[in-house]
Design a protein around this ligand. Structure first.
Ligand SMILES: [Zn+2]
Length: 276
């Protein structure tokens, strides 16, 4: 027992000398070296933080989530608005099959002047990239809401669809000046007739005439373009416009001209191109 105690004592003394030796060696230099080392570490971590991806930042934020005050949590909003300017050169080719199969009813439920557009209540089905949507209505904007490489069109038609789970999808069609469009004329005539009558006209429409034959499109995730500006709306903007006459454009503009929302920043979003 005594022997062991004595051995420990020697170790303790040796250890103390070792510590003295260490601290005595370049005592003034050591703190400098330490602080410069620390500074380097700080700089490195700052640089890393600056270069950090959004994911890392989000992960760091999540560590400090206050579950006691969940109503104070920030939520992302306003970054995915519509319409946008479509830069055709920047559009990425879609890597999956995005084909459209549209089967819209020719028997129109009603044509309504709702105070901000002419809205056509119609039914029918749309298969968009293999998923089923139901047509709710379509309506018109003048001039177009979306622009293509900065170019605006006289009119833009929006086919508004809803999926069973509530997801919204809008197919947009540009109208450009050209030959008269029979389906568009039927809508204009119906609006005119309904100025005096409030009864649904029982209008029958060849809706296909309001769509281009080639259904190539630009796709991105956006929003409704009227309040509440709900986000996560799927947009399918037809690449090929439909022709209507100059007289028809003028006739529509007697009802609404300037019912287009300004283009919104694309931000981090991608625009995809589907070629039919
Ligand atoms: Zn619209």
């Amino acid at each position: 027992m005594n022997e062991a105690k004595g051995y420990k004592k020697i170790l303790a003394v040796l250890g103390a000398f070792a510590l003295l030796g260490l601290s005595g060696c370049g005592q003034e230099e050591t703190p400098e070296a330490d602080s410069s080392l620390q500074a380097t570490t700080e700089q490195t971590s700052e640089a890393v933080a600056q270069e950090a991806t959004e994911e890392t930042t989000e992960a760091a934020t999540e560590e400090h989530l206050d579950y006691e005050n969940q109503d104070e949590w920030d939520f992302e909003s306003g970054e995915m608005q519509s319409p946008i300017n479509i830069e055709t050169g920047a559009a990425e080719a879609m890597t999956t099959d995005g084909s459209l199969a549209l089967d819209y009813a020719e028997e129109i439920i009603d044509v309504v002047d709702n105070g901000h557009s002419i809205e056509i209540e119609d039914g029918g089905q749309a298969k968009i990239a293999g998923r089923s949507f139901e047509l709710a209505q379509f309506h018109l904007h003048s001039p177009s809401e979306h622009t293509v490489d900065g170019e605006s069109f006289p009119i833009e038609l929006h086919f508004v669809h809803k999926a069973q789970d509530g997801r919204l999808a809008v197919i947009a069609v540009f109208f450009k000046e050209g030959t008269e469009n029979a389906a568009f004329q039927a809508i204009l005539d119906d609006v005119k007739a309904n100025e005096e009558a409030t009864v649904a006209s029982g209008l029958s429409l060849n809706v296909a005439e309001l769509l281009p034959a080639n259904k190539s499109y630009y796709h991105y995730l956006g929003s409704l373009t009227t309040p509440p500006l709900t986000e996560n709306v799927e947009w399918y903007v037809m690449a090929n416009p439909v022709e209507v006459s100059a007289e028809q454009i003028a006739a529509f503009n007697e009802y609404y001209q300037g019912n287009n929302r300004e283009v919104q920043p694309l931000g981090e979003r991608s625009v995809l191109k589907y070629e039919e």
